[in-house]
Design a protein around this ligand. Sequence first.
Ligand code: HEC
Ligand code: HEC
Length: 352
Amino acid sequence: MQNRARVIVLGLLSLSLLLIPAIGRPAPQGEGQAPQGGQGGGQGGQNKPPAHPLAWAYAVPLEKPPAEPEDDGRVYHLPDTNAAFTLKQIRSNTDPVDWYPGDHPTMPNVVAHGDRPNGVQSCSFCHFPNGKGRPENGNLTGLSYDYIIQQLTDFKNGARRSFDPGKVNTSRMAGFAKGMSDEEMATVAKYFSSMKVTPWVKVVETENPPKVINVGGYFITAEGHDTEPIGNRLLEVPVDTEKTFMLRDPRSPFVAYVPPGTLKKGEMLVTKGGGDGKTVACAACHGEGLKGNGYFPPLAGRSASYLARQLYDFQHFSRTGPGSQLMQPIVEKLSEDDILAITAYLASLPPQ
Ligand code: HEC
Ligand code: HEC
């Protein structure tokens, strides 16, 4: 299976190299080049909010996030587990909590505790012990061994960055890949590629989603019952704020709010390429049901904002690894609204 996928990728790669003229492409974004407006905003005393690409997807905080609740020594619980932790334990990034040890195989040391002498942080702190992660990092379940190794290699070689330099956790992720040995990469790829895929995000069309706040890299529903117009955004938030935000519950899922009509438009683009040569039906490479295969990662049921960032990163040559050459022509003509519709539709599909 893996060998077959490799042959297909290599075949497609050489085909795409023939088809895509190498010259005449926009130049890759320079290292550290801030998007217009950048972080901090408020340039030149204008009152206009800073322009920020797909702000709903990158979720780079423009102001200081609200302080997290203090640890008062209280011990917290979640359903269907005997585990009990204080907030201080829940926030440890060297010894991350494992609420449901029965949901996954025994974590290798680097997944559970990182490799501190080499600057590698515990994968499970951000991606959770079960690999599902949150929208600001990524869901590793359903990825193949080969694809994971390829991405870690791309991060390590500088071939995978975030378009938005304000998205500091992607730079940190690249730093971890640089610190990892080949053995560690093999170990983590084996662990995460063995993980079970289950539904993680629901997509809801609405004009007026709940008001959200940025808590330092992703959004949660603000307290109270206020709503805000959706505009042309996708807002992905935890279904249960307390479980995700305070307790880092790796079983508590997400909901993505999108404008009415989005899913129909997304379906057209994903299944037919939108007609008029805008893009190509995704299943040609990502497989039936978009469940992925070998070097082609799964797309169905994954975080919409994660997927949107990737499409934008491919479009702006922030992802330039070997596989990206197949994706660049796919995303070339997509508008930000197309990216919204495509990723909402993909997130709405059953992942299994
Ligand atoms: C500080 C948080 C953090 C930690 C710790 C972390 N990651 Fe990541 N990881 C990220 C972010 C952020 C991204 C990229 C998201 C983006 O750019 O949109 C990412 C992306 C990835 C991807 C790419 C997924 C895909 O679908 O292409 C892989 C694979 C990955 N991480 C593996 C790991 C492994 C293995 C470890 C442990 C050695 C680890 N990560 C530790 C934050 C983290
Ligand atoms: C010609 C084959 C091909 C087609 C068609 C294709 N893809 Fe891809 N796609 C790839 C490859 C290969 C990768 C892995 C890229 C890499 O290694 O960086 C990828 C990666 C991605 C990723 C990144 C996923 C992750 O885990 O980070 C997204 C999102 C994506 N594709 C979306 C789409 C969408 C949406 C379509 C249809 C509109 C599509 N792709 C059509 C080959 C293809």
